[in-house]
Design a protein around this ligand. Sequence first.
Ligand SMILES: [Zn+2]
Length: 236
Amino acid sequence: MGSVRRWTTRLAIAFLAGGILVAATRGELALAFAGRPIAQPRQADPLRARPDALAERAPGNSPEVDPSPPAAPEPEIPEPLEPAPVAVGTPDFDCTPVAADGYRRGRRTPITLVTIDGAPIERATANAYLAMREAAAAEGHALTIFSAYRTHEEQQYFYDCYRSCACNNCSPAAKPGYSNHQMGRAVDIAMWPEVHAWLELNARRFGFVATVAGEPWHWELRRGAKPPKRPACPDE
Ligand SMILES: [Zn+2]
């Protein structure tokens, strides 16, 4: 069952990402959250629909297939275990540790990053998130990160955008050195109401709390959060 769930989850994430999130910006995500309560998530949720769709496309499974010649070229069946890469990152994670500069209260501090959905993220945060993602997937919700760790330069850029309102939709951003994104402990999760409702109910038990009013996609691993018993990316 584990592997079925795993590729179903990968499919779901790849499909979601390809269908909705590939061009998502924070503003669009906010719009999706605020303005399209039901239709978009339903449309994007392939957890039940996708396997059926694959079955229908499999040769021999369709009642409409005529077995007599001339044989039509076989339809191309998507390979479920290797979904095509999508712009927002791969649906999987990479535990390869990368040393980086984190910042807390303006002071630089060394942190270790791994990668989820193509986004660098602090390792303990990644472990908590992956445990949460697995629990969400078991209940039919695909979580995808669209931003986690930020370098000092990136935070400077977002801060400048916030000050000038000339970029990044004028979204609020903390002063460089003072964002939990710079510690890799803040994750921006692709958001729509079903996912948000699930996070509201469940995120806390994995150590995640929503800390920014008006940014339902922004979750942070609180300090002192209990790590999962079997971390996906253990310390070496
Ligand atoms: Zn954020």
